[in-house]
Design a protein around this ligand. Structure first.
Ligand SMILES: [Fe+2]
Length: 383
């Protein structure tokens, strides 16, 4: 049994940003809270969005304090600003962090309890419908523009948690590949590998189904064919467009994640690391843990990456996917390791415990124990 739904209206294409004012009218939004971060502001992307709103005479208030790993404090402050400035809709502009923050802010703006109250309570754990939520992704990565989850960094606990539900899934996503053109090569690489990993983990996870497989395979194909061209030439709009589509598709049809994300999210929260980078570093070794459980699927992924598996045994073909991942990271000049990111051997026990609590752990195709995570993290530390 599986269920499938897709709530978000996706408006996709070059210069789709021009559709924003019409969307606000259609959704009866009188004043928009624009949620973003200093990097997006500095890159001039926020100004483009603001110009589009100005030209249409649409009222808005900008809140641009979102951090790399957005905290409960910053999100709560955003909700206060949202209420104080009389905004009745929330737009996240950026990577996953501003978009995830927009979801939480929209929910907190209409619900009275502090954010901590809603954590760990399951889907849609709030009484009132959030304000309308819109999203404009500026990187092809998280797929946050079509997801119902929001990652929250609890700074004091050094831990990432999430809230989720259909009600905080964005109502509208405006996916304009032109806005991703300025993304630097390293970020293009790591956010793109994050999107790839969503598709891979969804494809191999224990909740995979015919619909999720269809989306995952298409996303993997698009990324395998376009991530290197987008990395090599950021202005290649065809490659940018394919990557942006793939990152949305991977999440629209997603069935679950797995141990790459368990470890990446745990170290990301503990050491405050960028999500795409954490995922990239973990992808080969954590995937290797799973190949014996679902070898056919990894063999298929290897073929999508152009490996000729014709003369290989099934286990060799599955293993060749891991080699392809390592080659991809080398081609994208992602040379970081867990050790170079500052992960400490002394923290391994704590990290392994946190991995067990991560929401990505249960769908992993091969069951994981705390000891498995300890071994995985130690192996990653030796790379
Ligand atoms: Fe991710």
């Amino acid at each position: 049994m599986f269920s499938f739904n897709q709530k978000t209206q996706v408006i996709f294409g070059e210069n789709a940003l021009a559709e924003l004012p019409g969307e606000l009218k259609r959704r009866n939004i009188d004043k928009l809270l624009l949620v973003s971060d200093p990097g997006i502001e500095k890159a001039g992307i926020l100004a483009k969005v603001a110009d589009t709103l100005h030209q249409a005479g649409a009222a808005f208030h900008a809140y641009t304090e979102i951090e790399v790993n957005p905290s409960d404090t910053t999100m709560t402050k955003g909700a206060e600003e949202c209420k104080a400035t009389g905004c009745d809709g929330v737009l996240g502009v950026g990577g996953g962090s501003p978009i995830d923050s927009a979801k939480v802010i929209a929910m907190l703006a209409t619900n009275a309890e502090p954010l901590e109250h809603y954590i760990g309570k399951g889907a849609d754990a709030w009484a009132n419908a959030p304000l309308p939520i819109l999203a404009i992704p500026t990187a092809a990565g998280t797929g946050a523009e079509v997801s119902g989850a929001s990652m929250i960094n609890l700074i004091e606990e050094r831990r990432k948690v999430d809230i989720f539900g259909l009600s905080i899934t964005p109502d509208t996503a405006i996916c304009d590949p032109v806005l991703t053109v300025g993304l630097p090569p390293h970020l293009t690489a790591t956010t793109g590998v994050d999107a790839l990993t969503h598709a891979i983990e969804s494809y191999v996870c224990n909740a995979a189904n015919p619909v999720s497989d269809m989306f995952a395979v298409r996303a993997i194909e698009l990324i395998a064919n376009n991530i290197k061209p987008a990395f090599a030439d950021g202005t290649n709009i065809a490659a940018r467009s394919a990557m942006l589509l793939a990152s949305s598709l991977a999440i629209i049809g997603y069935a679950g994640l797995g141990c790459v994300h368990s470890v990446a999210q745990t170290i990301g929260g503990y050491y405050n690391l960028p999500h795409g980078l954490s995922v990239s570093v973990c992808l080969p070794t954590c995937s290797e843990f799973n190949i014996s459980t679902v070898p056919e699927k990894y063999a298929h992924i290897a073929r999508i990456f152009g490996v000729d598996t014709g003369s290989m045994s099934l286990s060799e073909a599955a293993r060749s996917a891991i080699i392809a991942f390592r080659q991809l990271l080398a081609d994208l000049e992602v040379s970081d390791t867990l050790a170079s990111l500052g992960v400490q051997t002394a923290d391994v026990d704590t990290l392994a415990k946190q991995c067990m609590l991560d929401g990505s752990t249960p769908p992993n195709p091969r069951p994981l124990s705390e000891e498995n995570f300890r071994e995985l993290i130690l192996k990653l530390l030796q790379e």
